[in-house]
Ligand binder design. Structure first.
Ligand code: AP5
Length: 224
């Protein structure tokens, strides 16, 4: 698979599974825009917009921002797009139903829902060691994916910070929230034929290759 073409993916998986890392890698390779609800919310929190003010307390506590807020935000984000990677949306069955309705209305079916499989202990160590560029959302890891100079983004030279919700206490809360509210989406998509699983514990480049192979195999099955 090479070049730029319309690709519509949903990334589903627990916090720290590597959804953002892989969305950025595929965005660079294929030009499919990453739409990260977490990044959009953080930009709004930093700017103190009405949306940010509504979202902040839920995010700081490791819970989910209410469905109506997220669904309204995503209706605006998806309008006029053809190629995208949904990173962090949907996160509840209500959001998944709203997404189905919206994409049907826009005539934009998903190509695949990629499920990132990873176990809890690895996720904790990934999140508590993560460094993020707050301007671009690009992430590094102190041990697994370090920047060339500690605390500085390789790409734009900007400062890297640790996210407030990456403290151990909030990480544990976020993982519980995932198990309770988002994991049921695996069942939701089970019979859709869209679901592909990748081993999120493999090396970053291997996960990228696995996603591309799985998406290609699925698109061949749909359009032989
Ligand atoms: P959001 O920003 O979406 O956070 P998240 O889903 O918890 O996901 P993360 O960004 O923490 O993890 P990731 O899977 O992207 O991992 P990453 O690639 O960075 O959401 C934040 C908050 O916003 C939520 O808690 C909620 O309050 C709110 N929110 C967002 N969307 C919402 C919605 N739809 N509804 C309601 N509320 C919503 O990787 C993690 C680390 O591991 C990095 O350091 C990376 O370098 C490293 N790494 C990645 N891949 C590998 C690998 N293969 N091997 C080794 N290290 C790796």
């Amino acid at each position: 698979m090479t070049g730029k073409f319309a690709m519509r993916l949903e990334f589903l998986g627990p916090p720290g599974a590597g959804k953002g890392t892989q969305a950025k890698a595929l965005e660079e390779k294929f030009g499919a825009a990453q739409i990260s609800t977490g990044d959009i919310l953080r930009t709004n929190v930093a700017a103190g917009t009405p949306l940010g003010l509504k979202a902040k307390s839920y995010m700081d506590a490791g819970g989910l921002v209410p469905d109506d807020v997220i669904i309204g935000m995503m209706e605006t984000e998806l309008a006029g797009r053809n190629s995208f990677i949904l990173d962090g949306f949907p996160r509840t069955v209500a959001q998944a139903e709203a997404l189905d309705a919206l994409l049907a209305k826009l005539g934009l079916p998903l190509d695949a829902v990629v499920l990132f499989d990873a176990e809890r202990q690895a996720l904790i160590s990934r999140l508590t060691g993560r460094w993020t560029n707050p301007r671009t959302g690009r992430t590094y890891h102190a041990e697994y994916d370090p920047p060339r100079v500690a605390g500085i983004d390789d790409e734009d030279g900007g400062p890297l910070v640790q996210r407030k919700d990456d403290s151990l206490e909030v990480v544990l809360e976020r993982l519980d929230t995932y198990d309770e509210k988002t994991a049921p989406l695996v069942e939701y998509y089970a019979n859709s034929g869209l679901l592909v699983r990748v081993d999120a514990l493999a090396a970053i480049e291997e996960v990228t290759a696995e996603i591309l192979a799985a998406v290609e195999a699925r698109s061949k099955a749909v359009r032989p």
